[in-house]
Design a protein around this ligand. Structure first.
Ligand code: EPZ
Length: 433
């Protein structure tokens, strides 16, 4: 199993190109199940999770053709990014998403809405628990039932059917759910009549999916708001759609610049995708400038402690909470970090403590008392974003850090070592034997 070795303490300086968003790319890929025509996605990131979902979609009968633009891993060119993927589901050959493929990645449950809408039937494994919380899919299922689906959960599988087709309805989510909104959007696109979706998630990735569905012939309005109106259509066609930049990758590298007291320029990304984090960074004393050459982040005057609480978009993203904690561990003064989305998303705390970070968890909040110095340590990655907080702490710490179980990082960060090394970080991947 690979590990990552970092010699910390180098202020990062340089440009980092941000790739396409994992959490936009995954639902866009499942949208290909809604049509027999090819769906082409550009600016696709090259990540383990994309490979996992490609495998599942192939299992359903989708043809997945991929071509790299730019150099990718082999050339070591840290600037190159983006792949093009064409998905063609002209014939759905299997309606079951098996446990073995779904358990590796929860987003696999996003095949449910499209399969049900197009084929009137689907059998999808329940994803099971994960490191950050229990993460049920009950809200996806209730919403699909409101569109007329018959749902039965047994033997670890969701059996869904809609023999006469799905029918539009008014659906109000009792809680904001990103995946639930995505599954319902895709199902409602092919339902008979109109669906009004209230308390929908407003994450930019939802906007990307809704725009893609419209490019495929769907009729969705209210994009970007919490109320989506979907007029069902009889069929959808192919399209060519660009994946939006990854806002969490953007935020992670912004913090890499700040935590090393360096200066990085983030290219190929958008300020509006991550305003909440940039606002908190400014409050902490970090300079953030949205220029025509990219977003410039520099931290020459130290970091102050700033409280944050995670919230659905446009609030502070839960996927940036662990990275923020690493930054706050190096700040002047204390800060409070509150996690409101997931019930168990402080797995990084004991690992950050190994760097000397002073963090106390009280229920859903953590008090972080900043330290002048962190020191490198061997640590263990527990989930994707927790892993990136360990990389950040390692970049800031003096001495050597070794991060084990980096397969978590490979799920969501493309060429992380190359991107950081291009800004002066002393970081390398170590493969056993
Ligand atoms: C998406 O997960 C992201 N994943 C997550 O990113 C992200 O943390 C999360 O949204 C919140 O922003 C993808 O987009 C692939 P939710 P999702 O449904 O859709 C509860 C990463 O690191 N809930 O918005 O699964 C749920 O347990 C990942 O890239 C129910 O109770 O999140 C959670 O507490 C991690 N019942 C809350 O709602 C349901 O049926 C929000 O979950 C659905 C959700």
């Amino acid at each position: 199993m690979d590990s990552i070795k970092i010699e910390g303490g180098v202020p990062l300086k340089g440009d980092i190109t941000i790739g396409g968003a994992k959490n936009a790319a995954l639902p866009l890929m499942t949208a290909s199940l809604l049509t027999a025509e090819p769906l082409t996605l550009v600016n696709m990131p090259d990540l383990a999770d994309i490979g996992t979902l490609s495998k599942l979609l192939r299992h359903h009968g989708t043809r997945v053709d991929q071509s790299a633009i730019g150099a990718g891993h082999e050339s070591g060119d840290a600037g190159a990014t983006g792949q093009t993927m064409t998905l063609t589901a002209d014939r759905i050959t299997d309606l079951t998403a098996p446990y073995d493929l779904v358990r590796r990645m929860r987003a696999s449950v996003l095949v449910l809405g499209p399969l049900l809408a197009r084929m009137g039937e689907a059998k999808v494994s329940l994803p099971g628990g994960c490191a950050i919380g229990s993460r049920p899919v009950d809200l996806h299922l209730k919403a699909l039932e409101q569109l007329g689906a018959k749902i039965d959960v047994r033997e670890g599988y969701i059996y869904a059917s809609a023999t006469g087709g799905l029918k539009g309805a008014k659906v109000t989510f009792p809680k904001v759910t990103v995946g639930g909104t995505e599954n319902l959007l895709m199902a409602a696109a092919l339902a008979k009549g109109e669906t009004l979706l209230e308390n929908a998630a407003r994450e930019p990735e939802i906007g990307n999916l809704a725009e893609c569905l419209n490019a495929m012939g769907a009729d969705i309005t209210g994009i970007g708001s919490g109320t989506l109106r979907i007029k069902g259509v009889a069929s959808l066609h192919g399209a060519r759609v660009a994946v939006i930049p990854d806002r969490i990758e953007t935020g992670t590298y912004a913090i890499a610049g700040a935590i090393t007291r360096g200066r990085v320029t983030l290219k190929g990304t958008r300020y509006d995708l991550l305003e909440s984090v940039f606002t908190s960074l400014r409050q902490a004393g970090v300079e953030v400038e949205d220029t025509k050459d990219g977003i410039v982040v520099s931290a020459r005057n130290g970091i102050r402690g700033v409280d944050v609480a995670t919230d659905p978009f446009p609030g502070f993203p839960t996927d940036m909470q662990a990275q923020w904690m690493a930054l706050m561990a190096t700040a002047d003064g204390a800060s409070m970090i509150t996690e409101t989305i997931f019930e168990n998303r402080f797995m990084h705390v004991p690992e950050l403590a190994r760097f000397g970070a002073d963090v106390n968890v009280h229920g859903a909040s953590a008090i972080v008392r900043g330290r002048k110095k962190l020191s490198g340590a061997p640590v263990m990655a527990t989930d994707l974003r927790a892993s990136s907080s360990l990389v950040l702490a390692g970049l800031a710490a003096s001495g050597e850090t070794v991060i084990n179980r980096v397969y978590h990082l490979d799920r969501g960060y493309e060429r992380l070592e190359q991107k950081l090394a291009a800004c002066g970080a002393r970081i390398e991947r170590v493969s056993p034997g």
